[in-house]
Design a binder for this molecule. Structure first.
Ligand code: PEP
Ligand code: MG
Length: 584
C-alpha cells in the first residue's frame, strides 16, 4: 500500500488494527420523555460491557507482565462501580433529557474535575485512570469497539488506524509501538510531527489500511518511501535490512558534525535550532548539535490531562528547558490550541473549519486569564536562561498589539511582586498566515524576530488542508507564491534589522535547504533527529549558488522545476545524504 511518508525509518512486526476512527466528537441531542428508559438501559449495558473488557485486559496483563501492573485495573473497576458516576449520568438523562452519550460524558467530566480538584496527590494521579475507563465506556456507547490504551501495550506492534490524534500519538509507548500507519493525514499534521519527534517510522494517507488489514498480520513500514508491505518476503526483509545498515552508516558519519558550527562553506552563519514538543526532548536538542530551541510547542503541556496546568507547573517546565540549554536560546511559542490539537476538558464547541477557527492567539486573546498565566510563567523562566517568546497565528498588527499589551501588564505585575524576569526578553511572531507575510514590513518594526511557520503558511496560502491526504499533492512548498511570501518576509526583516527563521517542516527537507538559504533565511529549526543532516548540508553549501537558485525560483512558473533545481544543488553539495535515501 502506498501512502505519504511522514517519519523516516523501517520496521516490521505484527499489526495492531485500531479499526475505527479516533474521533473526539460526541453527538449531543435532546431526547423525549419516552426515550428515557431506552437511554438508561443503554447506559447500564455499556457499564457492564466495559467491566468485562477491563477484566479481560487485566487477565491479559497479569499473564504477560505480572499482577503488579495488572493492579492498576482495580482502580478502573472501582470507578465503574462508583454509584456517583452512574447516578449523575442517569440524572442528566432524566432531568436534562440528554442523550446517553452526552449525559455520560458530562457526568464523567464533572466526576474527574472533582477528583482533580482534591488536594491529594494519590487521588489526582487516579484522574488518568478515571479518564481511561470513562473513555472506554464512551467508546462502547458510540460503538467504536474496544478502545486500546496505546500507553500500556503489552507486546511490540505496528499500530494501524484510520487516524490518530496528536494527543494519542504523544503517549505512544515507544518501546512497544514500532511504527504506525493511518488512512488519513498529511506530512505536516501534528501527528506526523510527533512521530518524527518520537523517531517512530510512520506512513499516513493509506486510505484503506485500517479496513483492509487485520490485527496479527505481519507488516513492514517503510517510512522513507511511504510504503506499507503486507507479509514481506525474506528477500524484501533482506533488502530493507541493507537499507537500515546504510542509514546507520550515514548517521555515524553525520555525528562527526555534531560539535561543528552551522556555517556555509563560504562562511555565512545559519543558526540551526531544534523544535520540541515536550521538556524531556531538551536533552535530545543538546545531543543533536543544535544551537538552541527554535520552536517549543507548549500546547503539549495542556493536552492529555484533565485540568489546566498552573502557572507554577508551566514555569517549572519552561525553566527546565531554559536552564538545560543555557546560554543557547529557547524560543517558547505561546499556546497554539485548536486546528488539530484540542483539549477535551475545555468545552469548546466543534467547528466546521477548525484551522480557520478559534485557534492559537485568537483563543488566548479571548481566554485572557489562561494566557496571562502562561505569559507570567514564560517571563519568570526568562530569568533562568536565554528565553525568547513568540506568538502563533498572528494575522496583523492588531493581535500583536493586544498580545504585547497583556505582556506589559504581566511585566508590571511581576515587577510589583519583586519576581525576577529578563526585562529585555526578545518577543517575535510566527509568520504563518499570508496576511502577516504581506504586512511583514509593518510587523517587523514591532518585533525582534520572525519565524516562518511554513506548515500553516502553505495550507492557508494554497487553501490546502494540511491534514487532508486527498489533496496532499497540492501542498507544494515550492509554489512560486510561497517563495514570494517567504522573500517578502526576509526582505522586510532585513530592512528593519531583525532576523527570520523557518520552523515549519519545510526546514527539515534537505532538498529545500539551498532554496531557504538563498531566500535570505537566517535560522532553521527542525526536529532534533534532522539537525545532523541539515548541518552537514549547510556546511557544504555556498551562498552565491543558493542566492542564484532563489533568484531563478522567484520567477519560475513551475514548482516542480524549482524543487528539482534545489534538490540538484543539495545533492551536488552532499551526495551521501541522498545516496542512502532509497528510491521507491
Ligand atoms: C507551522 O505552522 O509551520 C508551525 C511550525 O506551527 P505548527 O506546525 O505547530 O502549526
Ligand atoms: Mg502553525
Amino acid at each position: 500500500m502506498r501512502g505519504i511518508p511522514v517519519s523516516d525509518g523501517v520496521c516490521h512486526g505484527k499489526a495492531l488494527v485500531l479499526g475505527t476512527a479516533d474521533q473526539t466528537s460526541i453527538p449531543r441531542y435532546p431526547i423525549t420523555e419516552a426515550d428515557i428508559p431506552q437511554h438508561i438501559q443503554r447506559l447500564e449495558q455499556a457499564m457492564l460491557e466495559t467491566r468485562q473488557q477491563v477484566l479481560a485486559v487485566q487477565q491479559k496483563v497479569t499473564k504477560n507482565i505480572g499482577s503488579k501492573d495488572a493492579g492498576i485495573f482495580d482502580a478502573h473497576l472501582l470507578v465503574l462501580e462508583d454509584p456517583a458516576l452512574v447516578d449523575e449520568a442517569t440524572r442528566r438523562i432524566q432531568e436534562e433529557k440528554l442523550n446517553v452519550e452526552t449525559a455520560f460524558h458530562l457526568a464523567a467530566e464533572s466526576y474527574t474535575a472533582a477528583l482533580a480538584a482534591i488536594e491529594d496527590d494519590f487521588l489526582r494521579e487516579r484522574v488518568a485512570d478515571m479518564r481511561d475507563v470513562t473513555q472506554r465506556v464512551l467508546d462502547v456507547l458510540l460503538g467504536r469497539g474496544e478502545s486500546i490504551d496505546l500507553a500500556h501495550l503489552t507486546e511490540p506492534c505496528i499500530v494501524i488506524a484510520n487516524d490518530l490524534s496528536p494527543s494519542r500519538t504523544a503517549v505512544l509507548d515507544k518501546r512497544m509501538v514500532l511504527g504506525f500507519a493511518t488512512d488519513i493525514g498529511g506530512r505536516t499534521s501534528h501527528t506526523a510531527i510527533m512521530a518524527r519527534s518520537l523517531r517512530i517510522p510512520a506512513v499516513v494517507g493509506l486510505n484503506t489500511a485500517s479496513t483492509e488489514l487485520r490485527t496479527g498480520q505481519h507488516v513492514l513500514i517503510d517510512g522513507f518511501n511511504g510504503l506499507l508491505i503486507t507479509s514481506p518476503t525474506d528477500q524484501t526483509l533482506f533488502e530493507y535490512g541493507q537499507l537500515v545498515k546504510r542509514q546507520v552508516g550515514l548517521e555515524e558519519k553525520l555525528r562527526e558534525t555534531r560539535d561543528k558550527a552551522s556555517v556555509t562553506l563560504d562562511g555565512s552563519p545559519i543558526a540551526l535550532s531544534a523544535n520540541i514538543e515536550l521538556p524531556a526532548e531538551a536533552q535530545d536538542v543538546m545531543d543533536s548539535g543544535a544551537e538552541g530551541v527554535g520552536l517549543y510547542r507548549t500546547e503539549y503541556l495542556f493536552i492529555n490531562r484533565t485540568s489546566l496546568p498552573t502557572e507554577e507547573e508551566q514555569y517549572s517546565a519552561y525553566r527546565q528547558v531554559a536552564a538545560l540549554l543555557k546560554p543557547h536560546p529557547v524560543i517558547i511559542r505561546t499556546l497554539d490550541l485548536g486546528g488539530d490539537k484540542f483539549i477535551s476538558h475545555l468545552n469548546v464547541a466543534p467547528e466546521m473549519n477548525p484551522f480557520l477557527g478559534w485557534r492559537a492567539i485568537r483563543f488566548c486573546l479571548h481566554e485572557k486569564d489562561l494566557f496571562r498565566k502562561q505569559l507570567r510563567a514564560i517571563l519568570r523562566a526568562s530569568a533562568e536562561g536565554n528565553v525568547k517568546m513568540m506568538y502563533p497565528m498572528i494575522s496583523g498588527l492588531n493581535e500583536l498589539n493586544q498580545a504585547n499589551a497583556l505582556v506589559e501588564e504581566c511585566r508590571a505585575e511581576l515587577r510589583a511582586e519583586g519576581v525576577p524576569f529578563d526585562e529585555n526578553m526578545d518577543v517575535g511572531i510566527m509568520i504563518e498566515i499570508p496576511s502577516a507575510a504581506l504586512a511583514a514590513d509593518m510587523l517587523a518594526k514591532r518585533v525582534k524576530f520572525f519565524s516562518l511557520g511554513t506548515n500553516d503558511l502553505i495550507q492557508y496560502s494554497l487553501a490546502v488542508d494540511r491534514l487532508n491526504a486527498k489533496i496532499a499533492h497540492l501542498y507544494e512548498p515550492t509554489h512560486p507564491s510561497i517563495l514570494r511570501l517567504i522573500k517578502m518576509t526576509t526582505d522586510a526583516a532585513r530592512a528593519n534589522g531583525i532576523w527570520t527563521g523557518v520552523c515549519g517542516e519545510m526546514a527539515s527537507d534537505p532538498s529545500l535547504t539551498p532554496l531557504l538559504l538563498g531566500l535570505g533565511v537566517n535560522e532553521i529549526s527542525v526536529a532534533p533527529a534532522f539537525v545532523p543532516k541539515i548541518k552537514f548540508l549547510i556546511r557544504r553549501l555556498k551562498m552565491p549558488e543558493a542566492q542564484a537558485l532563489a533568484a531563478f525560483a522567484l520567477n519560475c512558473e513551475s514548482h516542480s522545476e524549482i524543487l528539482d533545481r534545489s534538490e540538484a544543488l543539495a545533492r551536488q553539495a552532499a551526495p551521501s545524504l541522498f545516496e542512502s535515501m532509497p528510491h521507491p
